[in-house]
Design a protein around this ligand. Structure first.
Ligand code: GRG
Length: 294
């Protein structure tokens, strides 16, 4: 499969749908809607929504059913980036290749734009077409738990509290499982749910998402050390400067690479129940993430 072409087509698909879900930039309060759009359309890779659509297809569904869920996940992801960049959190000036939301709109509007993107995600999920096994309350709960105080936010709290401290490997795993892997896992689970996946398929997709989510963060940690700000589209070397808990800091660069390869292999293995080409795109996406490392 031509992955480059596939990614471009899917990114456009997601961008068009997000554009329809978002209030127009001149809708009152215009500053807020401009800020939401500024961050949402700043050139993100759309990895989570693309994974959501690919998981739906692997489970025999189609992208129409998964589209709203894919867009909701991207809104939550973007909210988390906007808030993470704030001076009171990671304090970053640069994201997705341009100045961060608060640098352009001020801290107050950036907080509110994040809040509004988070809330919009639930509104979008409420418009999804439920599958026989997965009604709207189940879909809402899935995304609420992944973004909530014991997953995404728990990971962010642990990350903040670990700054400047020596962390053990199990603490690092907790941060990565929650800050990063929880939303990635939920992205593929929601895709599977939109396809009315049975328990066996949902379990395989869940395992895939967990392993891939962890691999993604290990690779992100490595890239922070090995790549430039221009390539990353965000400030490089920040993890070391802020004494962040990262895999290279805790186990070194070589072992981090081995770990990313092991996790990616496990992600592929989790898909073994899918026959023929069903999970082709998920396999290709997992390889693509690992290749970013080199
Ligand atoms: C503020 C509740 C709250 C959480 C913030 C997302 C996050 C948690 C922190 C951002 C910093 C970070 C390293 C997060 C880990 C996840 C990650 C690598 C995000 C970047 O994802 P990409 O590479 O970004 O998919 P794009 O811009 O392409 O969408």
């Amino acid at each position: 499969m031509n992955l480059k072409q596939y990614l471009r087509t899917r990114q456009k698909e997601i961008d068009r749908a997000l554009d329809r879900y978002l209030p127009k930039a001149n809708t009152k309060p215009a500053t807020l809607h401009k800020a939401m759009r500024y961050s949402l359309f700043a050139g993100g890779k759309r990895l989570r929504p693309i994974l959501c659509l690919a998981a739906a297809e692997a489970c025999g569904g189609n992208i129409n059913g998964a589209r709203p869920l894919a867009c909701a996940v991207e809104c939550i992801h973007t909210y988390s980036l906007v808030h993470d960049d704030l001076p009171s959190m990671d304090n970053d000036d640069f994201r997705r290749g341009r100045p961060t939301c608060h640098r352009v709109f001020g801290d107050g509007i950036a907080v509110l734009a994040g809040d509004a993107l988070l809330t919009l995600a639930f509104e979008i999920v409420s418009t999804a077409k439920p599958a026989p096994r997965y009604g709207i309350p189940i879909l809402l709960r899935e995304i609420a738990v992944a973004a909530g105080s014991q997953r995404l936010i728990a990971g962010q709290v642990a990350d903040l509290e670990a700054e400047g401290k020596r962390v053990k490997r199990d603490q690092l795993l907790f941060i990565h499982q929650n800050k990063t892997a929880a939303m990635l896992k939920s992205s593929v689970r929601l895709g599977a749910m939109s396809a009315n996946a049975d328990a066996r398929k949902l379990s395989a997709i869940t395992h895939f998402g967990e392993r891939l989510g962890l691999a993604f963060q290990v690779i992100d940690d490595i890239l922070d050390v090995t790549q430039s700000t221009e390539i990353l589209g965000k400030s490089a070397g920040k993890d070391v400067a802020a004494k962040k808990a990262t895999y290279p800091a805790v186990i070194g660069l070589d072992k981090s690479r081995t770990e990313a390869q092991r996790l990616t292999r496990e992600a592929h293995d989790a898909l073994s129940i899918f026959r023929g080409d069903q999970a082709k795109a998920l396999h290709a996406l997992a390889n693509h993430l690992l290749e970013r490392e080199y």
